[in-house]
Ligand binder design. Structure first.
Ligand SMILES: [Zn+2]
Length: 81
């Protein structure tokens, strides 16, 4: 596949909150950081086309990351509020 010079992808990370839920890895009920990542197609390092969002939770105790759906993030944020 030919590539166009100066194009690439970039991922932007953003914290979207936190929630205290049981960790599937270590089993402790600790605070999990909620984070979104959005991938962009870039031209000369400038984000032009947004591709997709991915949501993660990270356990504050064992640092295990898990991919979650957007509606799960919304539910966890409501529980934390
Ligand atoms: Zn854990």
């Amino acid at each position: 596949m030919p590539t166009i010079l100066g194009t690439g992808t970039r991922t932007a990370r953003r914290s979207v909150g936190s929630a205290a839920v049981p960790c599937p890895q270590c089993g402790s009920s600790t605070t999990h950081a909620l984070e979104s990542r959005r991938m962009w197609i870039t031209l000369l390092y400038v984000g032009l086309v947004p591709l997709r969002y991915t949501y993660f939770t990270t356990c504050s105790k064992c640092r295990t990351m898990a991919i979650v759906e957007k509606d799960q993030v919304d539910k966890l944020k409501k529980l934390a509020a």
